[in-house]
Design a protein around this ligand. Structure first.
Ligand code: UGA
Length: 439
């Protein structure tokens, strides 16, 4: 099959939309389905429903090769190659909730005409691929499920999909393997590492990778806790540690912990999978515990420094789970804003993404003490202290004179260690894994 091949993409969140665009860039015709009519209408007009670097431009460039639809029949009947990128949120017991995958599989069974190849890009529990293939094997329809986990991080999803660090394909079926090699011919030709394995190994690769990234973050956060009483500087330590290529610099920035829709959820699901096998993954469990307690450590510093909060106004900067995204799922801000409000503080908040601010406000019970701000200046005006929660460039280059003229107080809490220790002359600067710097 050449690049005139049609591919159906099911669900247009970060993974599905970025994947659909990159498939279109590689020359495929993509039929992109989502049941959310508002989202599909916007996409058809060239407007993504979330912020992601380069997405709008790439969408406009490739619109001729992507058909957006909410018509289930049109989507599933369009091609025998169906990519599934539905979300798999955490269920009540920590396991991944597979109901959206099940809905997609039911549609595939309903509409499949001949041989159908289903490429699962969603993060699904280990064993899903085998279970789906076993359930399909006794039927007349020849449906092949292939595990093809994604490794895209928000904020650089397109780049990660265009030039992947690796492509992992899990299937025991020869035809499916040949098909996937054709689909990925361009990145393979460009040198992307390409790994073929069985379905369970591919699924395990995804979880093991995300948990390894989480583990690095929790490790540096744990070392940061020790650095504080010792008077060491965790930024200096991490920089020197990361220079060893076996360790590496990435995911080694101490802060208020990891959030987002992936790392926390995948951690819980991984632990649950192990428990189901009668095993305890103690490193993984500790990684999650450190992450859950990390914001409390920092919050204690706020309480200690500020005293009673009822007459204080705190400017919280960064509401998304990290910079460069509008996604507020499992963001550190949720814990800090709710705790500050519960302790009586007035909270002004700002995020460079206006849609992050809007989504975040929905998570907070209406209160005249919560003041979402449209500009950074507005959030800072009259604040007794500011609290940085993401590494947005807007927060890493403050002009101290401007801060002095806007703010009432002289305290900066930096939950992402964005500044060298001696950056401020007129402010007390409190960060993570480093001694307090008094002005
Ligand atoms: C993560 C992985 O990085 C991707 O490889 C993976 O494909 C994706 O999950 C997924 O499973 O779909 P993402 O959730 O977009 O990507 O975000 P990350 O960049 O990994 O950041 C996660 C959290 O860790 C953020 O809250 C960030 O602020 C925090 N972080 C990151 C740190 O606290 N320290 C660091 O050094 C790096």
């Amino acid at each position: 099959m050449g690049t005139d091949m049609k591919i159906t993409m099911i669900a247009l969140g970060y993974v599905g939309l970025a994947n659909a665009i990159v498939l279109a860039e590689r020359g495929f015709q993509v039929v992109a389905y989502d049941k959310d009519a508002e989202k599909v209408d916007k996409l058809a007009k060239g407007e993504p429903s979330f912020e992601e670097k380069g997405l709008s431009e790439a969408l406009k460039r490739n619109r001729k090769r992507i058909t957006f639809t909410t018509d289930e029949k049109e989507a599933y009947e369009a091609s025998p190659v169906v990519f599934v990128a539905v979300d798999t949120p955490s269920g009540a017991d920590g396991a991944a909730d597979l109901s959206h995958v099940e809905e997609a599989v039911a549609c595939i069974k309903k509409y499949a005409k001949g041989d159908t190849f289903v490429v699962i890009r969603s993060t699904v529990p280990i064993g899903t691929n085998q279970a789906l293939n076993e359930a399909a094997s006794g039927t007349e329809q020849r449906i092949h499920f292939i595990s093809n986990p994604e490794f895209m991080a928000e904020g650089r999803a397109l780049m990660d999909e265009r030039t992947p660090s690796r492509i992992v394909v899990g299937t025991n079926d020869r035809e499916a393997r040949d098909l996937l090699r054709k689909i990925y011919a361009k990145p393979i030709f460009a040198g992307a590492p390409y790994y073929e394995m069985d379905g369970a190994s591919a699924e395990l690769t995804k979880y093991a990778s995300n948990l390894f990234l989480s583990l690095k973050i929790s490790y540096i956060n744990e070392v940061a806790r020790l650095a504080e009483p010792l008077g060491a500087d965790i930024n200096a330590v991490a920089l020197a540690m990361g220079a060893d290529p076996r360790i590496g610099h990435s995911m080694l920035h101490a802060g208020v912990g990891f959030g987002g829709a992936c790392l926390p959820k995948d951690g819980s699901a991984f632990v649950k999978t192990a428990h189901d096998q009668g095993l305890r993954l103690s490193l993984v469990e500790d990684t999650l515990t450190i992450n859950q307690t990390q914001p409390f450590f920092f919050y204690q510093k706020i309480i200690k420094k500020m005293g009673p909060l009822s007459d204080k106004r705190i400017a919280v900067l960064g509401l998304a789970f990290k910079a460069g995204t509008s996604d507020v799922r499992h963001s550190a801000a949720e814990f800090f804003v709710k705790s500050l409000l519960a302790d009586g503080a007035t909270v002004s908040s700002f995020d460079p993404s206006s849609s992050a601010s809007e989504s975040f406000s929905k998570q907070i019970s209406p209160s005249d003490k919560y003041l979402p701000s449209k500009t950074l200046q507005e959030a800072l005006t009259g604040a007794d202290a500011l609290l940085i929660l993401t590494e947005a460039p807007e927060f890493s280059s403050f002009d101290e004179a401007a801060l002095c003229s806007l703010m009432k107080g002289r305290v900066i809490f930096d939950g992402r260690n964005l500044y060298p220790m001696r950056s401020f002359r007129f402010f007390d600067y409190i960060s993570i894994g480093r001694p307090e710097r008094k002005h």
